[in-house]
Write a protein that binds this ligand. Structure first.
Ligand SMILES: Cc1cc2nc3c(=O)[nH]c(=O)nc-3n(C[C@H](O)[C@H](O)[C@H](O)COP(=O)(O)OP(=O)(O)OC[C@H]3O[C@@H](n4cnc5c(N)ncnc54)[C@H](O)[C@@H]3O)c2cc1C
Length: 422
């Protein structure tokens, strides 16, 4: 390690490699994300939050650092990180800028889902060969050119929650598809090079089916692609999640991120894929706790070194925060460690519980941090109020909002497959 990376590494890992039994190569990738977050991302976070601008320079620097290709398989030039390694790395990044980590998630998932996850899915030899050929060209763009992918799935109706087929439609034509539709909350809108869009393949006028979901990479510069609307939200402001309109956009066959029918297979047999929004919020929970400790010890840079740690009420408050953080970390680590194809019912229920716990606790810890540190700590020249606002967004993220996790968990606790009430 050189001296500058040592300076960047004054933050202890969220998951200590020895305590959590991480192998050295996994721990090194995670440490890389943490050092990058501290050195590159943290200094830029406040200005992008204030102006609601996308931190494109973070993504250019991620390319140089190899982080855009974290989950690209090794044979395609990436770091070949697993689902868990990605989750732990993203949590480290989330400590320094929630919006960058959440946007990075959208990009990385386009490689993780098509890479490690797709390797676990049942495919015919023909589907597998087609998939490997096509994904290699997506990976080349990322590895060689630093292309950025996003993941606009939400439409404002029931589709993003998994209830019905996507309203965005793809009609087959010679050599590809014509896509029409609208996506809301399209993080990285205007900055991504490719929008990884979920849409429904429609041939006739019969009923649309979720089984016909296509996962297409739509080039941002394609004719008919437009970004509209304002973006001035409470939190996660630097994700710039505006509305994406696709009007008669021609998308060549080779832009398919998964073969026909395979996204539906992924969503049903690899459900932990939807847990990938949570790592950012684990990072925010850690950041709120770390800030509180430093503040009460009088160690925040640029703030008068007044100690407040001697008051018993502060000690109780940080003890409660620590308990909540440890509970959150333990449950989440178990869940991201056991993620796999065709998980048991117990594992899926634990994943809902983990997602709910992370999203709710991140905001609860941040709220408690503000109450405990006091008024000076929530001024905008310190990161705590941004952490608080960003952490509020986690419970709202479909398809696993806090409410939907409770909904599904409650049903799964009380019903076995096939059981009904008369
Ligand atoms: C900062 C930020 C960035 C985002 N980035 C992206 C992105 O890049 N890509 C993307 O696809 N989406 C993104 N989203 C969108 C997000 O995943 C949700 O789609 C969005 O927040 C849903 O808002 P809504 O008001 O339309 O939800 P609605 O669908 O109107 O739901 C409102 C609430 O009702 C509940 N609900 C919904 N359906 C059901 C049901 N069937 N049963 C019971 N309860 C239900 C849920 O708890 C939900 O929170 C982002 C959101 C935020 C806040």
């Amino acid at each position: 390690m050189n001296s500058s990376s040592e300076a960047d590494d004054r933050h202890a890992p969220i998951f200590d490699p020895t305590a959590f039994r991480l192998a050295p190569p996994e721990a090194e990738l995670i440490a890389k994300a943490r050092r990058f977050g501290a050195r590159v991302v943290a200094p830029r976070a406040a200005i992008h939050d204030r102006n609601a601008t996308f931190p494109i320079e973070n993504f250019r620097d991620m390319h140089a650092a190899g982080l855009l290709a974290l989950c690209v398989p090794r044979e395609d030039g990436g770091a070949g990180a697993s689902f868990r390694t990605y989750c732990l790395a993203a949590a480290e990044l989330g400590r320094f800028c929630g919006a960058t980590a959440l946007s990075w998630n959208m990009h990385v998932c386009s490689t993780l889902w098509t890479g490690a996850l797709a390797n676990d899915l049942a495919m015919t030899p023909q589907e597998r060969a087609e998939h490997e050929r096509r994904r290699a060209s997506h990976y080349r763009r990322i590895v060689a050119d630093g292309a950025i992918y996003s993941q606009p799935f939400s439409e404002g109706g029931a589709a993003a929650a998994g209830g019905v087929a996507f309203g965005t439609e793809a009609r087959p034509v010679a050599g590809g598809y014509i896509v029409n539709g609208k996506k809301i909350f399209a993080s990285l809108s205007g900055s991504a090079d490719y929008y990884g869009v979920l849409c429904t393949e429609r041939v006739g006028d019969g009923p649309a089916s979720r089984r016909d979901t296509l996962y297409l990479a739509i080039p941002a510069k394609a004719d008919g692609v437009k970004v509209t609307g304002e973006w001035d939200p409470l939190g996660m402001r630097a994700t710039v999640s505006r509305t994406l309109i696709m009007a008669d956009v021609f998308v060549p066959d080779d832009e398919m991120l998964m073969p026909r029918g395979v996204y539906f297979r992924a969503a049903t047999s690899w459900p932990h894929m939807f847990l990938t929004l949570s790592p950012t919020y684990v990072g925010l929970a850690q950041a709120a706790y770390d800030f509180t400790i430093a503040y009460l010890r009088g160690e925040i840079r640029g703030v008068a070194p007044v100690k407040r740690r001697m008051y018993p009420t502060k000690q109780i408050a940080v003890a409660e925060m620590r308990v909540m953080l440890e509970q959150t970390k333990a449950l989440w680590f178990q869940s991201v460690s056991e993620a796999c194809a065709n998980p048991t019912k117990e594992q899926v229920m634990r994943a809902y519980a983990a997602q709910f716990t992370v999203m709710e606790n991140a905001n609860a810890i941040a709220a408690k941090a503000i109450r405990t540190c006091g008024g000076q700590a929530m001024l905008k020249d310190l990161p705590l109020e941004r952490i608080y606002r960003d952490s509020r967004c986690g419970s709202l993220m479909l398809p696993w909002t806090a409410e939907l996790c409770l909904d599904r968990l409650g049903r799964e606790c009380l019903y076995e497959p096939g059981e009904k009430d008369d």
